[in-house]
Design a binder for this molecule. Structure first.
Ligand code: TYD
Ligand code: MG
Length: 454
């Protein structure tokens, strides 16, 4: 096959250059040129001509639509995150820390789907023997999963064209390389080109492709951001590798809602779905301890109770430490300023550490009030009332703002035996919830005051 022409394209200005240079000749940015294959455009070809004649244009109403049928993966929690299962021709990117269970989950899913469909597992990280050993551990070694240990894109594409599988796993996209580019596997240019070619194959052949992606130290998917634009869905695996729980979350999903959460437990027989995870992220204290506060967070359609822990300790350096695990670091500094200004609680001479129990990551601002009450509790060394749940967003003016689905959160808390709640006023239920005493607050100082009264 003749080598396709490549060009070096600037990631800053989009300008292209036939040779690599340290500096972009168009916008003078440094180190921004990366290699790309030039797309062949043939004005003479018939599709081009029909498009030029307006042949590709249609009205919205004339487009035939059908709800895409879903392929269940066998892992209910994964299906939930995908929005009901895999869609034909979709490309799904799954990212996560090394050793978190990406390969395990996908092998389990393939072995389930393999009974009804043709499936292929392409591995560039492990040999066929290693995969077979894992399959034995997972007790799925008799499943009709076909294996290919290969990292060259052209060979993989040729195999796909020949085998015509329904579902393919590429483990991982960073190990695949194309002959047409000179850069090393895993480089931005390679990852982008390989993902683009695989996506093109998925769209034209109707094959569903699951790509495994590595993450960087910062937790973002390694490789270019464009990877996330190319694919239909991006799922992230999270969780503490020291605990057995694993969470899977959609960051982007063209076929379903994002922020739906799937929960798994890692066992010696692979990943097992946890269908009722609401009380998973509470630690068991025999009696209430200072510095903890239970938050009701809403993950997709499911409310989840998570314990927020705070440790406030005298600082011995001029710059006190602010550390957040599982919560937003910058938001912590902001919340501490609000706490000082609007509730009169000062932490400027204290180190403040906060943590969401169980390795869960909380992005919603509904955690604000729980974080602040945990901090107040630790600072005063007084435990919050027993069986208390808290949620609410705190604004810069010291107001406590309502959050989505307040009723559902309160009902879940009541179901799990919680008896008190401090919530934003607008989230207070109109009809009382049996067994739950509710303090509705409008401002942060009212919430802090509500703690004093008990
Ligand atoms: P793996 O799927 O290889 O992770 P990734 O592909 O995301 O890098 O997961 C490997 C980890 O899971 C490893 O530390 C061992 C553990 N594990 C179990 O605890 N039980 C099992 O049945 C399997 C297969 C793996
Ligand atoms: Mg792996």
């Amino acid at each position: 096959m003749a080598k396709a022409k490549t060009h070096y394209v600037c990631s800053e200005c989009g300008g292209s250059n036939p040779k690599w240079q340290g500096q972009c000749p168009h916008c003078n940015a440094w180190n921004s040129l990366s290699e790309t294959v030039l797309a062949e455009s043939r004005p003479g070809n018939s599709r081009y001509q029909s498009l030029a004649a307006g042949g590709g244009v249609q009205t919205l109403a004339s487009v035939e639509t059908a709800e895409a049928p879903r392929m269940p993966t066998g892992a209910e929690e994964l299906d939930r995150v995908l929005g009901g299962g895999l869609v034909r021709g979709a490309v799904v990117l799954i990212g996560g820390d090394p050793g978190i269970g990406k390969s395990t989950l996908l092998l389990q899913a393939l072995s389930h789907m393999g009974t009804a469909r043709k499936v292929l597992y392409v591995s560039g990280e492990e040999s066929a023997q290693q995969i077979a050993l894992r399959a034995q551990r997972l007790a799925v070694d008799t499943a009709p999963v076909r294996l290919l240990a290969e990292i060259q894109l052209e060979t993989i594409l040729a195999t796909l064209a020949h085998e015509k599988p329904d579902v393919v796993v590429i483990d991982s996209i960073q190990t695949v390389y194309s002959d047409q580019l000179q850069s090393a596997p895993g480089s931005v240019a390679q990852v982008r080109e390989c993902a683009a070619q695989l996506t093109r194959h998925a769209k034209t052949s109707g094959t569903t492709i699951l790509l495994v992606g590595h993450v960087t130290k910062e937790g973002a998917l390694a490789g270019p951001r464009v990877l996330e634009h190319i694919v239909d869905a991006v799922l992230y695996f999270e969780g503490d590798t020291h605990s057995s729980f694993r969470l899977i979350r959609a960051q982007k999903n063209r076929f379903g809602a994002v922020n739906e959460l799937g929960v798994f437990a890692m066992t010696d027989k692979g990943l097992r779905g946890v269908s009722n995870p609401s009380a998973l992220f509470l630690s068991q204290h025999s009696e209430p301890v200072p510095g903890t506060c239970v938050l009701v967070t809403q993950e997709g359609t499911r409310p989840l109770l998570v314990e927020i822990q705070a440790l406030v300790d005298e600082a011995h350096a001029p710059n006190p430490k602010r550390l957040a695990v599982g919560l937003e670091q910058n938001r912590l500094a902001l919340l501490l300023a609000v706490l000082h200004r609007h509730a009169g609680v000062a932490c400027f001479d204290q180190d403040v550490f906060i943590n969401a129990v169980g390795g869960v990551r909380i992005n919603e601002p509904a955690a604000d009030l729980a974080v602040l009450l945990a901090i107040v509790s630790s600072l005063r060394n007084r435990a919050l009332p027993d069986k208390l749940v808290v949620f609410g967003e705190v604004g810069l003016a010291g107001e406590v703002r309502p959050v989505q689905r307040g009723q559902e959160r309160l009902k879940e808390a009541a179901k799990l035996g919680f008896t008190r709640a401090i919530v934003p006023k607008a989230n207070a239920p109109k009809t009382p919830i049996a067994g739950l005493r509710i303090d509705a607050v409008e401002r942060l100082d009212q919430a802090v005051q509500a703690l004093r009264e008990t």
